[in-house]
Design a protein around this ligand. Structure first.
Ligand code: NAD
Length: 474
């Protein structure tokens, strides 16, 4: 049991409140720590602190705001070992990969400071000049999922603060601790109330989205929850950005070298135990290389160590929480009951939320394991022979987050990539994103975008200023 105590960050103070909630280590399934649990009173306190901090913060020079982002990044870098160890205990991810996320978040915050808020000039004549400024919105509500708790928090903290907003951020109830610990470390990095972090149970998210003190909701999570967020935001027309689920397809042409691409394809599907929004969730393999690639992927799954992320040599950790574990198990049971052929990877520990990396051998297109976002290590491999047909199958989903095309013929791959109805598409690579490139889901994978200047502008509203050049009033 971890006896360390954790606190919310509200108005620059460490607030413990009087309620707590269990936090489990998914590698054991056991409660290992308590997180503070905020209710309405602490939420109101956080919103008030953020509201009070807004006038001065939004008026501060952008370079001052950039300094704060650098200070937060520095705090992560300085304490990365301590934070990574806590991350692994609450999340399950192996320590080196936990560290990579933390350092990735620091890099992202620093890269965000390379962005500036543009002023557009839409008219500049002898009579007048019209400037479009992008002004901050007010207090932002940031809701983060459990799969990349720190990186995805940084994707919100960076642009929200840089644009001059203040913020109340809530981590997932499954992974609150590393975010709260980070809150403690950055207590003095920003003026009090500029950044507030509160954790709570299932009821806190809806309480936040319906709170009238927020001007904007920046949400990352499932499509199902995204719909509820949008509905709640509609009541007072809060601005929203929704980064939602996906069921991404990779299309593999027969001209690839199976030996060369297998490891990249494997990582693209199973990274973070397949709990990645933009992971390959349906792999379409040309029939000429299907057997060879399936067998190579099966071997990689047999060779990969799945276990407790705190043990050296573990490549894949457990499923992060029990509800998700049960959801993935149910998909596997459904596939078995439908008579599909499953190929299991290496054995996994009995205790904890572990599931072997599993391939499903050419299931029909309407199998649940193909149509649903698994968000866990069960990957359908599907045969194709006609390009038009495979593009149609890849696009036949309510989702449109990302996709990938693999071919030695870049022209052919690029032409196919342009036909995929997604916000991102990779050619001969996967899982890539940069601080300067928007991530924007198509269809029911999202609304709005994160990253880059366009992602930054989502935390602002345009304000047109008409400036006369001739005197018409005296
Ligand atoms: P989730 O939707 O259950 O929860 C996301 C966050 O919203 C959590 O903080 C949660 O506590 C909160 N929440 C839950 N119900 C709420 C409600 N009714 N109102 C307001 N807030 C509420 O998602 P999850 O299970 O934590 O994450 C997994 C999902 O996130 C997957 O579908 C994955 O594809 C998606 N995801 C998308 C992206 C992206 O950038 N598009 C990135 C990562 C994860």
């Amino acid at each position: 049991m971890n006896t360390e105590s954790f606190c919310h960050l509200i108005g620059g103070q460490c607030e413990t409140g009087n309620a707590t909630m269990d936090v489990r280590n998914p590698a054991t399934g056991e409660v290992f720590a308590q997180a503070p649990k905020a209710g309405e009173a602490l939420l109101n306190a956080a919103v008030t602190a953020a509201t009070d901090a807004f006038p001065a913060w939004s008026a501060s020079p952008i370079d001052e705001r950039k300094k704060v982002l650098h200070a937060i990044a520095g705090a992560i870098e300085e304490q990365v070992d301590e934070l990574a160890s806590l991350f692994t205990r609450e999340h399950g991810r192996p320590v080196p990969a936990a560290k990579a996320e933390l350092l990735g978040a620091a890099m992202w915050l620093k890269a965000t400071t390379m962005l500036d808020i543009p002023v557009e000039v839409t008219e500049d004549t002898d009579d007048r000049r019209i400037e479009v400024h992008h002004v901050p919105l007010g207090v932002v509500c940031a809701l983060v999922p459990w799969n990349f708790p720190i990186l995805l928090a940084a994707w919100k903290i960076g642009p929200a603060l840089l644009a001059g907003n203040t913020l109340v951020l809530k981590p997932s109830p499954f992974t609150p601790l590393t975010t709260l610990k980070l809150g403690e470390l950055i207590r003095d990095a920003a003026p009090a109330g500029v950044i507030n972090i509160i954790s709570g149970g299932d009821e806190l998210g809806p309480m936040m989205t319906s709170h009238p003190g927020f001007a904007k909701i920046s949400f990352t999570g499932s499509t199902q929850t995204g719909r509820k967020v949008m509905e709640s935001a509609s009541r007072d027309l809060k601005r929203i950005t929704l980064e939602l689920g996906g069921n991404d397809a990779s299309i593999i042409f027969p001209d690839v070298d199976v030996e060369k691409v297998a490891e990249q394809l494997f990582e693209g599907a199973f990274h973070n135990t397949a709990q990645v929004c933009v992971a390959t969730k349906r792999m379409y393999i040309h029939e000429d290389i299907y057997d060879a690639l399936r067998d190579r992927l099966a071997q990689l799954a047999k060779d990969a160590k799945v276990g407790d992320g705190s043990q050296q040599g573990t490549r894949f950790g457990p499923i992060q929480n029990e509800a998700q574990y049960r959801r993935v198990l149910a998909l596997i049971e459904d596939a078995k009951a439908s008579g599909l052929t499953l190929i299991e990877g290496a054995d996994v520990p009995e205790k904890g939320y572990f599931i072997p990396l599993t391939l499903v051998d050419n299931p029909p297109e309407d199998a649940k394991v193909v149509t649903e976002e698994a968000f866990g290590p069960v990957l359908p491999l599907l045969k194709w022979k006609d390009v038009d047909d495979v593009v149609q199958r890849a696009n036949d989903t309510e989702y449109g987050l990302a996709g990938a095309v693999w071919s030695a013929n870049i022209e052919q791959a690029t032409a196919t990539a342009h036909r995929l109805d997604t916000g991102t598409v990779w050619i001969n690579q996967c899982l890539q994103s940069t601080p300067f490139t928007p991530l924007a889901g198509a269809k029911q994978s999202g609304f709005g975008q994160e990253n880059g200047v366009d992602g930054l502008l989502e935390f602002t509203r345009p304000k047109a200023v008409y400036i006369p050049k001739t005197d018409t009033v005296t």
